[in-house]
Write a new protein. Structure first.
Length: 172
Protein backbone atom coordinates (compact mmCIF):
# COMPACT_ATOMS: atom_id res chain seq x y z
CA UNK A 1 0.00 0.00 0.00
CA UNK A 2 2.91 2.35 0.66
CA UNK A 3 3.97 1.97 -2.97
CA UNK A 4 0.52 3.28 -3.95
CA UNK A 5 0.97 6.34 -1.72
CA UNK A 6 -1.20 5.13 1.17
CA UNK A 7 0.15 5.21 4.74
CA UNK A 8 0.16 1.91 6.60
CA UNK A 9 -0.21 1.08 10.27
CA UNK A 10 0.78 -1.94 12.33
CA UNK A 11 -2.50 -3.82 13.03
CA UNK A 12 -1.08 -5.12 16.30
CA UNK A 13 0.36 -1.82 17.48
CA UNK A 14 -1.24 0.53 19.97
CA UNK A 15 -1.66 3.23 17.33
CA UNK A 16 -3.76 1.00 15.07
CA UNK A 17 -6.95 1.18 17.10
CA UNK A 18 -9.49 3.48 15.52
CA UNK A 19 -10.29 6.42 17.75
CA UNK A 20 -12.40 9.26 16.32
CA UNK A 21 -10.63 11.64 18.73
CA UNK A 22 -7.44 11.13 16.70
CA UNK A 23 -9.18 12.65 13.72
CA UNK A 24 -10.38 15.63 15.73
CA UNK A 25 -7.02 16.45 17.32
CA UNK A 26 -5.06 15.88 14.13
CA UNK A 27 -2.71 13.20 15.48
CA UNK A 28 -3.52 10.87 12.56
CA UNK A 29 -2.68 7.85 14.76
CA UNK A 30 -5.52 5.82 13.29
CA UNK A 31 -5.11 6.60 9.63
CA UNK A 32 -3.57 4.14 7.22
CA UNK A 33 -4.14 0.73 5.71
CA UNK A 34 -3.26 -2.77 6.78
CA UNK A 35 -4.11 -6.36 5.94
CA UNK A 36 -4.82 -8.59 8.88
CA UNK A 37 -5.69 -12.32 8.72
CA UNK A 38 -8.04 -12.19 11.71
CA UNK A 39 -11.71 -12.57 12.41
CA UNK A 40 -13.98 -9.85 13.70
CA UNK A 41 -17.10 -10.83 15.58
CA UNK A 42 -19.83 -8.69 13.96
CA UNK A 43 -22.03 -8.48 17.06
CA UNK A 44 -19.30 -6.86 19.17
CA UNK A 45 -16.94 -5.55 16.46
CA UNK A 46 -14.12 -7.24 18.39
CA UNK A 47 -11.22 -9.34 17.14
CA UNK A 48 -11.29 -13.04 17.77
CA UNK A 49 -8.07 -14.98 18.13
CA UNK A 50 -6.74 -18.00 20.00
CA UNK A 51 -6.33 -16.32 23.38
CA UNK A 52 -9.77 -14.81 23.80
CA UNK A 53 -11.53 -17.70 22.04
CA UNK A 54 -9.86 -20.63 23.80
CA UNK A 55 -7.56 -19.58 26.65
CA UNK A 56 -9.53 -16.89 28.47
CA UNK A 57 -12.51 -19.16 29.23
CA UNK A 58 -10.29 -21.79 30.92
CA UNK A 59 -7.35 -19.80 32.31
CA UNK A 60 -8.41 -20.40 35.93
CA UNK A 61 -8.24 -24.20 35.66
CA UNK A 62 -5.82 -25.71 38.18
CA UNK A 63 -4.42 -28.13 35.58
CA UNK A 64 -3.36 -25.34 33.19
CA UNK A 65 0.01 -23.62 33.22
CA UNK A 66 0.78 -20.83 30.76
CA UNK A 67 4.47 -20.30 30.00
CA UNK A 68 4.77 -16.69 28.80
CA UNK A 69 7.56 -15.78 26.39
CA UNK A 70 8.13 -19.36 25.25
CA UNK A 71 7.70 -20.87 21.81
CA UNK A 72 6.98 -24.50 21.03
CA UNK A 73 9.72 -25.90 18.79
CA UNK A 74 8.51 -29.46 18.28
CA UNK A 75 5.71 -31.86 19.17
CA UNK A 76 6.93 -35.06 20.86
CA UNK A 77 5.42 -38.36 19.77
CA UNK A 78 5.31 -41.88 21.15
CA UNK A 79 4.52 -45.01 19.16
CA UNK A 80 3.06 -48.15 20.69
CA UNK A 81 1.08 -51.04 19.21
CA UNK A 82 1.01 -49.40 15.78
CA UNK A 83 -0.44 -46.14 17.12
CA UNK A 84 1.41 -42.81 17.21
CA UNK A 85 0.24 -40.11 19.59
CA UNK A 86 1.48 -36.72 20.77
CA UNK A 87 2.78 -36.88 24.33
CA UNK A 88 4.38 -33.47 24.83
CA UNK A 89 6.33 -30.60 23.31
CA UNK A 90 9.75 -29.01 23.37
CA UNK A 91 9.96 -25.24 23.82
CA UNK A 92 12.48 -22.42 24.14
CA UNK A 93 12.43 -18.69 24.82
CA UNK A 94 14.45 -17.83 21.69
CA UNK A 95 15.88 -19.52 18.61
CA UNK A 96 19.33 -19.68 20.21
CA UNK A 97 18.21 -20.72 23.71
CA UNK A 98 18.27 -24.30 24.97
CA UNK A 99 15.05 -26.27 24.57
CA UNK A 100 13.06 -27.87 27.35
CA UNK A 101 10.60 -30.75 27.14
CA UNK A 102 7.27 -31.00 28.86
CA UNK A 103 4.88 -33.93 28.67
CA UNK A 104 1.12 -34.11 29.01
CA UNK A 105 -0.84 -36.48 31.21
CA UNK A 106 -3.81 -36.88 28.88
CA UNK A 107 -3.57 -34.94 25.64
CA UNK A 108 -1.62 -32.33 23.68
CA UNK A 109 -3.68 -29.57 22.13
CA UNK A 110 -1.92 -27.78 19.30
CA UNK A 111 -3.25 -24.31 18.52
CA UNK A 112 -0.60 -22.33 16.68
CA UNK A 113 -2.79 -20.67 14.07
CA UNK A 114 -3.45 -21.32 10.42
CA UNK A 115 0.22 -20.95 9.48
CA UNK A 116 2.00 -21.98 12.68
CA UNK A 117 0.13 -25.26 13.23
CA UNK A 118 1.10 -26.96 9.95
CA UNK A 119 4.62 -25.54 10.25
CA UNK A 120 5.00 -27.01 13.73
CA UNK A 121 3.55 -30.35 12.63
CA UNK A 122 5.98 -30.55 9.70
CA UNK A 123 8.95 -29.57 11.90
CA UNK A 124 7.85 -32.40 14.20
CA UNK A 125 7.72 -35.01 11.43
CA UNK A 126 4.03 -34.97 10.56
CA UNK A 127 3.24 -34.17 6.92
CA UNK A 128 3.83 -35.25 3.37
CA UNK A 129 6.78 -37.65 3.22
CA UNK A 130 8.29 -35.79 0.23
CA UNK A 131 8.16 -32.42 2.04
CA UNK A 132 9.69 -33.85 5.21
CA UNK A 133 12.42 -35.65 3.26
CA UNK A 134 13.32 -32.47 1.33
CA UNK A 135 13.59 -30.55 4.61
CA UNK A 136 15.66 -33.27 6.28
CA UNK A 137 13.02 -33.90 8.95
CA UNK A 138 12.59 -37.50 10.11
CA UNK A 139 9.07 -38.70 9.32
CA UNK A 140 6.81 -39.63 12.23
CA UNK A 141 3.48 -39.73 10.39
CA UNK A 142 2.91 -39.50 6.62
CA UNK A 143 -0.02 -37.11 6.45
CA UNK A 144 0.03 -35.41 3.02
CA UNK A 145 -2.77 -32.95 3.84
CA UNK A 146 -0.70 -31.04 6.42
CA UNK A 147 0.15 -27.59 5.11
CA UNK A 148 -2.12 -27.91 2.06
CA UNK A 149 -5.26 -25.98 1.13
CA UNK A 150 -4.45 -22.87 3.19
CA UNK A 151 -7.42 -20.52 3.08
CA UNK A 152 -6.83 -17.41 5.15
CA UNK A 153 -9.47 -14.80 4.64
CA UNK A 154 -7.53 -11.58 4.76
CA UNK A 155 -9.37 -8.46 5.79
CA UNK A 156 -8.26 -5.18 4.29
CA UNK A 157 -9.14 -1.98 6.12
CA UNK A 158 -8.59 1.58 5.05
CA UNK A 159 -9.23 4.32 7.63
CA UNK A 160 -9.54 7.81 6.27
CA UNK A 161 -10.95 11.24 7.06
CA UNK A 162 -14.45 12.01 5.81
CA UNK A 163 -16.09 15.40 5.60
CA UNK A 164 -19.13 14.09 7.49
CA UNK A 165 -20.08 11.07 9.56
CA UNK A 166 -20.72 8.18 7.19
CA UNK A 167 -21.21 5.08 9.33
CA UNK A 168 -20.09 3.17 12.34
CA UNK A 169 -20.19 -0.45 13.47
CA UNK A 170 -23.74 -1.55 13.96
CA UNK A 171 -24.24 -3.88 16.89
CA UNK A 172 -26.77 -6.62 16.26
Amino acid sequence: MNALGHPTVDPNGASSRFDPADLADGTDASRGTFVSPVFVKPSTASRSYARNAYLDPIVARPNLAVLVGQQVTKVLFESAKGQTRAVGVTYANSSTAPTFAITATNEVILSAGVIGTPQLLELSGVGAASVLRAAGVPQVVDLPSVGENLQVRAKSICACVASRALCCYRRY
